[in-house]
Write a protein that binds this ligand. Structure first.
Ligand code: PHE
Length: 454
C-alpha cells in the first residue's frame, strides 16, 4: 500500500521549517493586519487566539495524523483512512481549495514583486498619501503588469516544486524562513520606536468586548484556518513526507505558536506605524500596499525599509504557495501517474488561468460580481470563511468518530515511544468541541440565533 520510494523530508528542522513556511504567509502579514483593523483590533485578536487553540491546533494535529498514517496525497489519504466511503470527498475538496486559494493568493504575491521593483527603482519615494492610493489602484486595475507579476510568482513556485520535496521545498524553506524571522524582528524594533507607537499597540492588545459580533467571530475563525493552513489537506500532504520519528504533537504545537507569533509581530510592525501617521487601521486589503509604503517614505532609510518589507512578504508568500501547489501536484502525480514535472505544469497552467481572472477583477472585470463580491473577493471569502472551516469540521468528525482510538494514539505517540499527555483533551476537542463550535459559528452567521431570539 505504501510506497517505499516516496519522498520524505530529510531532517527535523526541515519538517518544522517547511510546515511553518506553509503556515506563515500573506495570511499573517497581509490578511491578518487588515482583518484585525476591520474587525475592531484586540477583540478580534482575542477570538482569533481562542479559534487557533481550540479549533486550529486540533485540526492541524489531525491532518498530521492522516498524512503520516496514510503517506499519500490529500485525496489518496482520505481514501486510505475511510476506504470505500464518501469521506474521500474531503480530500478532493482539498485539492480544489488549493487551486482556489492559489487563484487569488498568487495575485497578491505578484503585487509584492511589483513593490520590490518599485522600491528598487525609487518610484515609491516622494509621493503623497493620495498618490500612493492612486498608484496602487492604477497598478492593480491594469491588465498587463499585475498579470505578468502573478505569472512570475507562479513560475517561481513552479520551479521549486519541480525541484522536488527535499531539494526544492525543504531546502528553500531552510534558507527563506530564518531570513524571514530576521527581517521581521528588525522591522518590529523600527516600528515600536516610532513616536506615538503606543496607540497602535493599544489598538492591537486592549480589547473592547462590545466589538465582538457574529461576523467578527466568523472572520476570526476563517483567519485562524487560513493562517494555519488547515482545513484543506495542505498539512496532510506535508505530513505524508514526515519521517516516522517526527513528533507530531510537538510539531503541531511549534507550528501553531510560531505562526501566531509571526501574526502578532506583523501587527506590531503595522499598527504602530499606521497610528503614528494618523492612518485608518480599517483600510482593508490595501493596508499593506498603500499605507505602509507611505509610512516608510517618511522614515530615514525608507526605500530600504520598504524593499526589505516587501522581500519579507514575498518570501512568506512563496513558502506558502509552494505548499498549496504541492497539494495539487502530489494529487495529479500520485493518483493520475504523471511525472512530477508534468503534474506541476498542469497545476501551474490552471493557477495562471484563475489568477488572470482574479487579477482582472480589480480592473476590467470589476463589475462582474456574485453576492456582491468580485471574483477575487469571492475566492477569498469562500475558501477562508467557508471551505476551510467546513473541511476542518468534516476532518474532525471523520477522525473523531470513525477512526479507531488505538490507531490514532499509536500514530500520535510513534507507537507508544513518545508521551502525549493531552491525548484525551485532544480527542474531546476533536470529537465534540471543534465540530460543534464550527457548526454553531456557521449557524450564528446565518442568523439562526437572531431568528430564534426573535
Ligand atoms: N497559511 C498561509 C498563509 O497564512 C495560506 C495557506 C492557506 C497556505 C491554506 C496553505 C493552505 O498565508
Amino acid at each position: 500500500m505504501t510506497n517505499p520510494n516516496r519522498a520524505t523530508f530529510g531532517s527535523k528542522l526541515g519538517v518544522i521549517l517547511a510546515s511553518v513556511g506553509s503556515a506563515v504567509g500573506l495570511g499573517n502579514i497581509w490578511r491578518f493586519p487588515y482583518e484585525t483593523g476591520q474587525n475592531g483590533g484586540a477583540a478580534f485578536l482575542l477570538v482569533y487566539f481562542i479559534c487557533v487553540l481550540v479549533l486550529g491546533l486540533p485540526v492541524m494535529l489531525t491532518e498530521f495524523f492522516i498524512g503520516r498514517h496514510s503517506r499519500k496525497n490529500t485525496a489518496g489519504a482520505f481514501d486510505t483512512i475511510a476506504p470505500g466511503s464518501k469521506w474521500n470527498l474531503i480530500g478532493y475538496n482539498g485539492v480544489l481549495v488549493a487551486f482556489l486559494i492559489l487563484g487569488f493568493y498568487s495575485v497578491v504575491a505578484g503585487w509584492t514583486l511589483e513593490y520590490i521593483y518599485q522600491s528598487v527603482t525609487g518610484s515609491l519615494a516622494g509621493k503623497t498619501a493620495e498618490q500612493f492610493a492612486e498608484g496602487f489602484n492604477l497598478f492593480n486595475s491594469g491588465v498587463f503588469r499585475p498579470i505578468l507579476w502573478t505569472f512570475v510568482f507562479i513560475g517561481l513556485t513552479h520551479f521549486i516544486i519541480v525541484s522536488g520535496v527535499k531539494s526544492g521545498i525543504e531546502r528553500s524553506s531552510k534558507i527563506m524562513m530564518p531570513l524571514l524571522f530576521l527581517i521581521l524582528v528588525g522591522l518590529c524594533i523600527r516600528s515600536v520606536t516610532l513616536p506615538g507607537a503606543s496607540k497602535g499597540l493599544l489598538f492591537l492588545f486592549r480589547p473592547d468586548f462590545s466589538k465582538i459580533t457574529s461576523s467578527v467571530v466568523l472572520s476570526s475563525m476563517g483567519q485562524a484556518f487560513f493562517s494555519l493552513s488547515v482545513g484543506m489537506g495542505c498539512l496532510v500532504t506535508y505530513a505524508s513526507y514526515f519521517g516516522k520519528n517526527t513528533n507530531l504533537p510537538k510539531t503541531a504545537l511549534t507550528v501553531t505558536l510560531l505562526d501566531t507569533l509571526v501574526a502578532i509581530l506583523a501587527g506590531v510592525i503595522i499598527f504602530p506605524a499606521v497610528f503614528s501617521f494618523g492612518i485608518r487601521p480599517s483600510a482593508g486589503p490595501e493596508l499593506v500596499f498603500i499605507t505602509l509604503p507611505n509610512v516608510f517614505q517618511h522614515l530615514p532609510w525608507g526605500a530600504l525599509l520598504s524593499f526589505v518589507f516587501f522581500v519579507l512578504l514575498a518570501i512568506a508568500a512563496l513558502t506558502s504557495t509552494i505548499s498549496l501547489h504541492e497539494v495539487a501536484t502530489a494529487y495529479v502525480l500520485e493518483e493520475h501517474h504523471f511525472t512530477r514535472k508534468r503534474a506541476a505544469i498542469l497545476v501551474s497552467l490552471g493557477v495562471m488561468a484563475l489568477g488572470t481572472i482574479s487579477s482582472l477583477s480589480f480592473g476590467v472585470l470589476k463589475n462582474f460580481t456574485l453576492f456582491g463580491l468580485t471574483f477575487f473577493n469571492l475566492l477569498d471569502y469562500v475558501t477562508a470563511k467557508l471551505m476551510l472551516p467546513f473541511g476542518g469540521m468534516l476532518t474532525c468528525i471523520l477522525v473523531g468518530w470513525r477512526v479507531d482510538r488505538k490507531i490514532l494514539k499509536a500514530e500520535l505517540t510513534n507507537h507508544g515511544t513518545l508521551p502525549f499527555y493531552f491525548f484525551n483533551v485532544y480527542a474531546f476537542l476533536l470529537k465534540y468541541l471543534a465540530p460543534v463550535a464550527i457548526g454553531l459559528i456557521f449557524l450564528n452567521e446565518l442568523g439562526l440565533f437572531r431568528w430564534l431570539a426573535g
